[in-house]
Write a protein that binds this ligand. Sequence first.
Ligand SMILES: C[S@@+](CC[C@H](N)C(=O)[O-])C[C@H]1O[C@@H](n2cnc3c(N)ncnc32)[C@H](O)[C@@H]1O
Length: 414
Amino acid sequence: MGFFETLAEAVRQIQAQAESTLKQPNPLGLLTQASATASQAVTTQGRAAALKAARALVNALEAPEEKIVRISWGEPMLFLATRLGIDLKLFAKLQEATSPDCTCDELAKETGCDEVLLSRLLKHLATGAIVKETAVDRYAATPTSNLLATPEGAGPVVNCFSSLGKVESNVVEYFQKRDWKNPTDKDDSPFKYGAKTDLHYFQWVFQPDNQEEAGAFLNHMKLLSSGPRWYDTVPVEEIFGTSCGPSDVLLVDVGGNAGHDITKFHQANPNLQGKLILEDLPQTIESIDAKAIAPVEPLAHDFFTEQPVKGAKAYYLKMILHDWPDSACHDILSNLKPALKAGYSKILINETVIPDKGAEWYATGLDLLMMVTHSAHERREREWKALVKGAGLKVVKIWDCGAAPEKLIEVELA
Ligand SMILES: C[S@@+](CC[C@H](N)C(=O)[O-])C[C@H]1O[C@@H](n2cnc3c(N)ncnc32)[C@H](O)[C@@H]1O
């Protein structure tokens, strides 16, 4: 049974169960809708719609007290057990197993963890479908645990467990002391307050003795770029217009991290002519194997200084501006602006655009993560337009990017 069939079957089973037990008023309309959407997903690949319907179904069925305790300790303990599982290499051991499942005893020996402790972690991980409980004290890998066994899969967990751990114990005090003002000062973020550091998050994460943290951040970024991409749906030729010659610069990935995005762009568009430049902080650029990303050319550049690559066809900023409050974004765009050739160059901003109503958890969760980490935020359409206009630029078009959570904001000189 394929993924979509499994999903549809799961929702059908819940519907049958709910129909037989629920009294008036019951959410049968919702159940039917969820089931229909899941069935449709089988044929239309509307996985996101089916997932949304299934979540709405859970919200309708879950009692308020159940929801409160689930978010208070059910989910946080899943996060904790996952983090500990990564450190124990539990998910790798499950993946490497030659038998279809493993006993808790075997896993305890393989990981070096106390069997009772491991059995408690595994039980909770099974409730979140991170691992599969196949029989009493027997567990098997799942697609999620297999992904967690990779550096990219582990990245968001390791990265956020550490940074949010520093934020959470002091965040109430942080806001109380600031009279509940929205944080907009990059030098006074909840992260800096919680971590008791004078360093901005990026300075903190890239400290020489902080390699594990930096690696986890890098892998977090890689995982976020592993899903659907803007160039899967947006017509690239229309964006780039006139073609570039081989010595022209086609695309500069500003703050492109380890180059995972621009290299995939090249693989997806191998026939586009023009140079591809990857820019990031020196610490990141120095850690890159330049041969591995060729023909992409790495270049250390601080985006708070003037852009050194002039007259490129496009300057690409993926998940850059959401790290910074408006005043810093204004500085980043102003340092980019002198490099733009009028009527030719574009800035391509690849970020979430929070809908005025009905936003999804991905964008709103990221918004609060940016708030506590950087005193920054995800933006609504009107906020993007105001930010771009404030830097003497204009939004030409906001492209919907299909299943990708981010949109592509096409910007030119005003
Ligand atoms: C949220 S990450 C996004 C990375 C990449 N664009 C992506 O989507 O995976 C932000 C990136 O900005 C880089 N960065 C932070 N401050 C910078 C600066 N002053 N100049 C250049 N890059 C910077 C970080 O090293 C990091 O790679």
